[in-house]
Design a protein around this ligand. Structure first.
Ligand SMILES: C[C@H](O)[C@H](O)[C@@H](O)C(=O)CO
Ligand SMILES: [Mn+2]
Length: 424
């Protein structure tokens, strides 16, 4: 342990202790939190199943930073590098298009065996896995509709894909001994004002009923549904809106997924957590950073991330909330993107744990808003950085920006030599 980091920690610990905050206990709690790190930041959401397929579904990755992963082995290597720089043991979130197989298999015929290599790797690395059907980047989604498609044959294809995905999720959960969250997000929607808003929602509801008809052990698989307000090309109407999935999730006991980029640009998901926690069986978060639209910028320690952390900690929601990351930036090193976004999310949770929540609540109940504001403001400059550095050292990962040198070296030795060669 670096002696300066230890000394700074001891001084900081004393300051927090004056407010009854036990920093050692907090670091213990932090080390138990698993974030679900999304594989798709590593290759700009391209996947491995359909090499020539363009990204569709109203989402977009910009940037042409070199060194994106081209194969499952490269992607796993990049994830390992990122995890070596992030404190704690986490999960990896896979999409169906990331199947690791030489077979030509379509989405509706995917089976657990097509993901065996991912499971073996996760077991060896001590990681959990989460899963998502990929209802985009496929010829059968070319007109922007999947589970709510008016054509029954196409709709059935996507139903079968989602059913297959749940079985794959259950296989992950059973094999790895921790539940897999299988999250359904579909892009379906209209660019312009629809003549009929109801019919696609009726079709989606019926399709979901069929998708979820096979009972699976919740110890292995947990279902989640993800809403969205608009996408590129679905600006006027998205079938799976927030109200739709909130209703569906509450009625059918599904986790409700809140993605920070899927609401009006000034609407925040932090303000939804307390309400939803009273009614939902559980919540899945897709922590992202929308900049003016659902741009999926890399998550940083901004006000909304801190507020999400506070709501989870103060509402005692960490046990019931699955925290996934969802951003994809092709303009910077992709391993660095994971490290920055994941470390920042952990920092937000740690900072929330280091705040004097009880004192703030007491002040609020007593109507002493002066104390509430003064304390909240002063705590913004408490030495949380010293606690974070110590946590990194304890966890065997670099403190502060020391991780960047590692990524730069990895970039030189591993990522840049990949060059612009065709993906294999
Ligand atoms: C690739 C992801 O599944 C996707 O980002 C989805 O979760 C989403 O947020 C779409 O906007
Ligand atoms: Mn999302």
């Amino acid at each position: 342990m670096n002696p300066t980091i230890r000394q700074s920690y001891e001084l900081a610990r004393e300051q927090y202790a004056k407010h009854g905050i036990d920093t050692d206990a907090i670091l213990e709690e932090l080390s138990r939190i698993k974030l679900s790190v999304h594989c798709w930041q590593g290759d700009d959401v391209r996947g491995f199943l359909f090499q020539d397929q363009e990204l569709s579904g109203g989402i977009s990755v910009t940037g042409s930073y070199p060194g994106a992963a081209r194969t499952p082995d490269e992607l796993r290597g990049d994830l390992e590098k990122a995890f070596s720089l992030i404190p704690g043991k986490h999960k990896v979130n896979l999409h169906a298009i990331y199947a690791d197989t030489a077979e030509k298999v379509d989405l509706d015929a995917l089976e657990p065996r097509h993901f065996q290599a991912w499971v073996d790797w996760a077991a060896e690395q001590g990681l959990g896995l989460d899963f998502n059907p990929t209802c985009f980047s496929h010829p059968k989604a070319a007109d922007g509709f999947t589970l709510s498609h008016p054509d029954e044959t196409i709709r059935q294809f996507w139903i079968d894909h989602c059913k297959a995905s749940r079985r794959i999720g259950a296989f992950f959960g059973e094999t790895l001994g921790q539940p897999c969250v299988t999250n359904v997000w579909i892009p379906d929607g209209y660019k312009d004002i629809p003549a009929d808003r109801l019919a696609p929602r009726v079709r989606l509801k019926e399709a979901l009923d069929e998708v979820f008809s096979e009972p699976l052990d919740p110890a292995h698989n947990l279902d989640a549904v993800e809403s969205k307000l608009f996408g590129i090309g679905s600006e006027a109407y998205v079938v799976g809106s927030h109200e739709f999935y909130m209703g569906y999730g509450l009625q059918n006991n599904k986790l409700i997924c809140l993605d920070s980029g899927h609401f009006h640009p000034t609407e925040t998901i932090s303000n939804k957590l307390s309400s939803l926690s009273l009614f939902a069986s559980g919540i899945l978060l897709h922590v992202s950073r929308p900049m003016r639209w659902d741009s999926d910028h890399v998550v940083i320690l901004d006000d909304e991330l801190l507020e999400i952390g506070r709501e989870l900690v103060r509402g005692d929601l960490l046990e019931r909330t699955h925290i996934g990351l969802d951003f994809f930036d092709g303009s910077i090193n992709r391993v660095a993107a994971w490290v920055i976004g994941t470390r920042s999310t952990l920092k937000a949770l740690m900072r929330a744990m280091l705040e004097p929540a009880e004192e703030l609540r007491r002040a609020e109940l007593a109507g002493d808003y002066t104390t509430r504001l003064a304390l909240a403001e002063e705590f913004k400059s408490y030495p949380f950085g010293a606690i974070w550095d110590y946590y990194c050292e304890l966890s065997g990962v670099p403190a502060r920006e020391a991780w960047l040198a590692d990524v730069k070296e990895y970039e030189q030795q591993v990522q840049l030599p990949r060059g612009e060669e065709a993906r294999v």
